[in-house]
Write a protein that binds this ligand. Structure first.
Ligand code: BGC
Length: 498
């Protein structure tokens, strides 16, 4: 038994999920990264021939959202991409995850017109990263739909899967020779459930129906893009494609809440992942029945969870090369009490499945009641994924600490990163093939409707400065030592994270 396995073995026999181990080293093949998304950092909202997207429209047409806090300039990465690469290099990253703006590359949403400037921008970024030995990880879609497609029904229109497939083919054709890791869609829950409950663009009140149409057509869009890569590009480029799913750790508040927690997992993650990652494909069976019964009780003539035909099940099933996991926090789940006011989905509870989400008093907090910190939850989550789907490889595509105080001395973020990374080391030692970690985020950026008030960045960005000056936080210094030493437990310039 090597030293890593020995350390973990002793933890397992002591029965603890959260013991601190010393001297574990990340394997050489493990990749450290950081992530951003186009609308949150690029700015240049109307530079050159870029088309309008749903976030441009939402911010510009709703006076209730502060005019300062939109993505018109954001971190200005459209102009400052060289500095972004420099930061990735300073951090010692192996990989950098960013997303393409669909409306920047295809100004009118369709593949008949490709923007020369859009193409140049992404080529510069990709080539600049590669020159520094940093691999690009590219997300095709991170919440910013061309408005023209939204006007045609967006993700609730079945035709979107063809529009998305065309867009994916353009991106694979233009960049596939250099980009070897692709994420088709970031967090469908993050725009289907919230976009149709007026929490995110397209900011529509879609009752319960729209989010499930969006749910189904994101799955089909993802599957078509994966198959295009598999058939037309993989033989030449040998890359990997998956999607990024948000999946925090959910555990029952009491033993009686186990069943409802299982349903909650199907409701949160299974709707977006089970059809792709499970052996049998299709909707998660318990949820499918639950939604059919509930729809009937409420007088609908068909289930709100639209059926998947046998052909669709086969189209979607197995369309992955790894599991892309966005993971931030843990929650306890319990059945709502009769008459109790249920918190808003997806942060506090769900009326639809009658649950409340809570924190465990033993978990630390970021200061936000919906964001408790429980690093051991990540390792449990990885075990759950392994047992449920038996996935071959997991990449942590996002994980990060939300700070309301935007100071440079972010000791709490360092502790968060150290503790979550440690759980990844332990999971690797348990035999789970976790191959990458992408910190959210490289720098402070537009937190969607939350604006610029909170920070996730390893680099602080001064949004009052026209130059959008980026300054490394203590966490950036810490992470750069982690990437270089491949170890967590060193004395960080007196901060003593040993
Ligand atoms: C999203 C990011 C977002 C982050 C922090 C993730 O769910 O992919 O766009 O900024 O969470 O809220």
């Amino acid at each position: 038994m090597d030293s890593v396995r020995l350390a973990v073995f002793s933890i397992l026999i002591s029965g603890s999920w959260c013991s601190v181990t010393k001297d574990l080293k990340f394997p050489e093949w493990f990749k450290f990264g950081a992530a951003t998304a186009a609308y949150q950092v690029e700015g240049g909202w109307n530079s050159s021939d870029k088309g309008e997207n749903t976030w441009d429209r939402l911010f510009h047409s709703n006076p209730e959202f502060s005019s300062q806090d939109n993505g018109d300039v954001a971190c200005d990465s459209y102009h400052l991409w060289r500095r972004d690469i420099e930061m990735a290099e300073e951090l010692g990253l192996d990989i950098y995850r960013f997303s393409l703006s669909w409306a920047r590359l295809l100004p009118n949403g369709f593949a008949n017109k490709i923007s020369e400037d859009g193409k140049r921008y992404y080529n510069n970024l990709i080539d600049g990263l590669l020159e520094k030995g940093i691999e690009p990880v590219v997300t095709l879609y991170h919440f910013d739909l061309p408005q023209i497609l939204q006007d045609l029904g967006g993700w609730a229109n079945p035709l979107i899967s063809d529009w998305f497939a065309d867009y994916a083919r353009v991106a694979f054709t233009l960049f596939g020779d250099r980009v070897k890791t692709w994420l088709t869609i970031n967090e469908p829950l993050g725009f289907c459930d919230t976009g149709y409950s007026k929490q995110q663009a397209p900011y529509i009140d879609g009752e319960v129906i729209a989010k499930y149409l969006c749910n189904k057509y994101t799955l089909i869009s993802h599957a078509k893009a994966w198959r295009i890569y598999d058939e037309e590009f993989r033989p030449r480029y040998h890359g990997k494609v998956s999607l990024a799913t948000i999946f925090n750790w959910y555990e029952p508040a009491t033993p009686e809440d186990k069943e409802i927690t299982d349903l909650m997992r199907e409701y949160w993650e299974g709707r977006f992942a089970y059809p792709i990652f499970s052996k049998e494909g299709g909707w998660p069976p318990t949820l499918e029945k639950f939604m059919a019964d509930k729809s009937k009780q409420e007088g609908y003539s068909r289930s709100r969870l639209p059926p998947l035909t046998a052909e669709e099940i086969e189209l979607i099933r197995g369309t992955y090369d790894f599991y892309g996991l966005n993971h931030y926090l843990s929650r306890r789940i319990r059945k709502a009490r009769p008459g109790e006011k249920i918190g808003t989905w997806p942060l506090y509870g769900s009326d639809e499945i009658n649950i409340q989400m809570e924190s465990d008093p033993s978990w630390e907090t970021t200061g936000l009641d919906w964001f408790p910190i429980n690093p051991a939850g990540l390792r449990k989550q990885l075990h759950w994924l392994n047992q449920t789907y038996g996935v071959n490889e997991v990449m942590i595509t996002e994980n990060g600490y939300l700070d309301l105080d935007k100071h440079l001395d972010d000791t709490a973020r360092i502790k968060y990163m150290r503790d979550y990374l440690e759980q990844i080391q332990l999971a690797i030692a348990d035999g789970i093939n976790v191959t990458a970690y992408m910190a959210w985020s490289l720098m402070d950026n537009l937190e969607w409707l939350g604006g610029y008030g909170a920070s996730f960045g390893l680099y602080q960005v001064d949004f009052t400065d026209d130059n959008r000056t980026r300054t490394p936080r203590e966490s950036a210094r810490y992470y750069s030592r982690v990437t270089r030493t491949r170890s967590l437990h060193h004395d960080h310039e007196g901060l003593n994270y040993v």
